[in-house]
Design a protein around this ligand. Sequence first.
Ligand SMILES: NC(=O)C1=CN([C@@H]2O[C@H](COP(=O)(O)OP(=O)(O)OC[C@H]3O[C@@H](n4cnc5c(N)ncnc54)[C@H](O)[C@@H]3O)[C@@H](O)[C@H]2O)C=CC1
Ligand SMILES: O=C([O-])CC(=O)C(=O)O
Length: 356
Amino acid sequence: MHPTSEANQRIARLAAHLHPPNLQMEESSGLRRANCRAKGAAPGFKVAILGAAGGIGQPLAMLMKMNPLVSVLHLYDVVNTPGVTADISHMDTGAVVRGFLGQQQLEDALTGMDLVVIPAGVPRKPGMTRDDLFNINAGIVRTLCEGIAKCCPNAIVNLISNPVNSTVPIAAEVFKKAGTYDPKRLLGVTMLDVVRANTFVAEVLGLDPREVAVPVVGGHAGVTILPLLSQVKPPCSFTPEEISFLTDRIQNGGTEVVEAKAGAGSATLSMAYAAVKFADACLRGLRGDAGIVECAFVASQVTELPFFASKVRLGRNGAEEIFPLGPLNEYERVGLEKAKKELAGSIQKGVAFIRK
Ligand SMILES: NC(=O)C1=CN([C@@H]2O[C@H](COP(=O)(O)OP(=O)(O)OC[C@H]3O[C@@H](n4cnc5c(N)ncnc54)[C@H](O)[C@@H]3O)[C@@H](O)[C@H]2O)C=CC1
Ligand SMILES: O=C([O-])CC(=O)C(=O)O
């Protein structure tokens, strides 16, 4: 390397160190580019977390910083990102971390991103349904998606903010309005339902949860969460009592945590785990890995509803293939009808929020 350019890079690295990564730097600034060269040379994907200072956002940021597929990690929130960013940036893993605080930095946070994960918004307290969060979270999701449409219209979006059954249709409408909608790239995160189902079923069967795979379809609230226990892998059978117990526990797993936390919020740590498991699957799909299949709430023709959660194959373009539900037993068929009835209203509510 040319000695002068080496010296310049060292000076720039030192200067970048003196300006902590949570301080927003101009894109044109040599400091920012040098900072990137210093640590971010490894190939990988650029990921933004919106709501990164929250209960889910913080452990999610930590787990994403540990993911070798991530080269650049942008942490955006309306509060506290300087501290979270400084903290996470000291981890000796490959990803370069940058923090962005407040709406005036949203566009910088989003520009150039391959994957945007959204856990921004208020969580439930005991006695609330996820739909009770609609009034606050719908507006938050709209604003963030307007930013995505403008700054990284080709990014894959993993939407966590509740009520997912309505926020995904909201995001779709925002993208349609902006002319950037690609249904394959918008995925509502239902992975926590699968994670819970695997855990609870493994408990009943006396197996290691890592060996169990339960498809969970429908949506992400109460009866719309439909575990397909007839399709569990490895193949197994349950008594009617076990089916009723497991279905109820999986459908109410979120409420179990909300009640145990007694006013201090909802699932954050298991959600961060599930979010990173799902984001990692999306990144492996983006990389071109074959056979990546996970459940997600997506635009779908599997039922008559415009959105539905089912198994999807993740590829370079997002959800490239959406799998049908497969054979259902009578219990699941009844559950499906209940799920569709509630989902239809939640989807319509999301659509109407933007079209009004
Ligand atoms: N899809 C799923 O399976 C799950 C979804 N959730 C949902 O995730 C959301 C977040 O939950 P928690 O992290 O526990 O909540 P939290 O309140 O701890 O964190 C939310 C974060 O969002 C930030 N925020 C608020 N408005 C924002 C905006 N306009 N732009 C960017 N950031 C903004 C807040 O400052 C806060 O840091 C909730 O809506 C919750 O219901 C929670 C668990 C599971
Ligand atoms: O229950 C909630 O409000 C949070 C959530 O979506 C879950 O834990 O599944």
